[in-house]
Write a protein that binds this ligand. Structure first.
Ligand SMILES: NC(=O)c1ccc[n+]([C@@H]2O[C@H](COP(=O)([O-])OP(=O)(O)OC[C@H]3O[C@@H](n4cnc5c(N)ncnc54)[C@H](OP(=O)(O)O)[C@@H]3O)[C@@H](O)[C@H]2O)c1
Length: 286
């Protein structure tokens, strides 16, 4: 897809990967609808990005998602690309997963993207097509099950399945849908994860630094030798831009995981390095 003058919705645009992607896409000439809860942050970002629109939205609220999509469509008259990026972790061992908290995590990481897709699909069909990318995690492409991340990663496995099924269902409507798997990133993702009542008193030995998904407050900040180097969100945003241009079904958007090959042979990656595995991380985090 050509970015210039395209209308793009980016959720989770107030921080981290979403903000980096919004800034890059605006530089490429896209008109970006900025979606997250932090209205002031979105307003400041919108003021810096010509043609953009701040749409404060709680993505755990289905009615608010429908209003958000309707507002973007009314403002721009079309929606070319939806990037479902907003997400959160909820660390804690499976034995102590709080089901109410898990449901809230599903609201944000799974049902939110689903409802956003359901809202844009009829609009995209009516305009002759469109593009949707959902942001998952590289942990779903590896035979690796990190202690404490079961609830979080399971939401992303479900997101992968919905995404790739919808891709097949909507191909005839020229609606192209794909899933992107970032690795560790140097965002504040770990510190945004709620840590209360997780039953997780401290991070597992050797947990890597800021990018570790769901790392509790106070987690060790030193990265053990051999652990993957977190990517900057800007580097991952550049890979997302590449995905928007080439429209793969799946993209492993990282370069930092040395080791064995991923499971799943059909990953269409623009980056050969990105096909490598997280085996070293698995060794580093018992
Ligand atoms: N960081 C990593 O190492 C890593 C690795 C693999 C995959 N990922 C995935 O990459 C995506 C982006 O992660 P990130 O590292 O950029 O995270 P981040 O820095 O914590 O940013 C998360 C974004 O989601 C928004 N958000 C959270 N809850 C929301 C809600 N209820 N309604 C609307 N927006 C909400 C936040 O904005 P407000 O607080 O303003 O609402 C923020 O803009 C996530 O889907 C994550 O699962 C991250």
């Amino acid at each position: 897809m050509d970015m210039r003058d395209s209308v793009v919705i980016i959720t989770g645009a107030s921080a981290g990967l979403g903000e980096a992607t919004a800034r890059l896409f605006a530089r490429e000439g896209a008109r970006v609808a900025l979606v997250a809860r932090s209205a002031d942050t979105l307003d400041r970002l919108a003021a810096a990005l010509p043609g953009s629109l701040a749409v404060p939205t709680d993505l755990c609220d289905g009615a608010a998602i429908a209003r958000m999509v309707a507002r973007v469509h009314a403002h721009y008259g079309r929606i070319d690309l939806l990037i479902n990026n907003a997400g959160q972790a909820s660390p804690g061992p499976v034995e102590h997963v709080d089901v109410a908290r898990y449901r809230a995590l599903m609201d944000l990481n799974l049902y939110g993207p689903l409802l956003a897709m359901q809202a844009v699909i009829p609009l995209m069909r009516a305009q002759g097509g469109g593009l949707i990318f959902n942001i998952s995690t590289a942990l779903t492409k590896r035979p690796l099950y990190l202690p404490g991340l079961g609830a979080y990663v399971s939401t992303k496995y479900a997101l992968n399945a919905l995404t790739l099924t919808a891709r097949a269902e909507l191909a005839a409507d020229n609606i192209r849908i794909g899933v992107i798997y970032p690795g560790l990133m140097t965002t504040a993702f770990g510190t945004h994860a709620p840590t209360a009542a997780t039953g997780w008193p401290s991070a597992p030995a050797g947990a890597p630094e800021t990018g570790w998904p769901g790392a509790p407050a106070g987690a060790p900040t030193s990265r053990p030798p051999g652990a993957p180097t977190p990517e900057t969100p800007e580097a991952v945003a550049a890979l997302i831009l590449d995905a928007v241009r080439h429209e793969p079904a799946e993209l492993e958007a990282h370069r930092a995981f040395p080791g064995a090959a991923p499971h799943g042979a059909d990953v269409a990656s623009g980056e050969e390095d990105a096909r490598q595995s997280v085996g070293t991380l698995g060794a580093a985090i018992p």
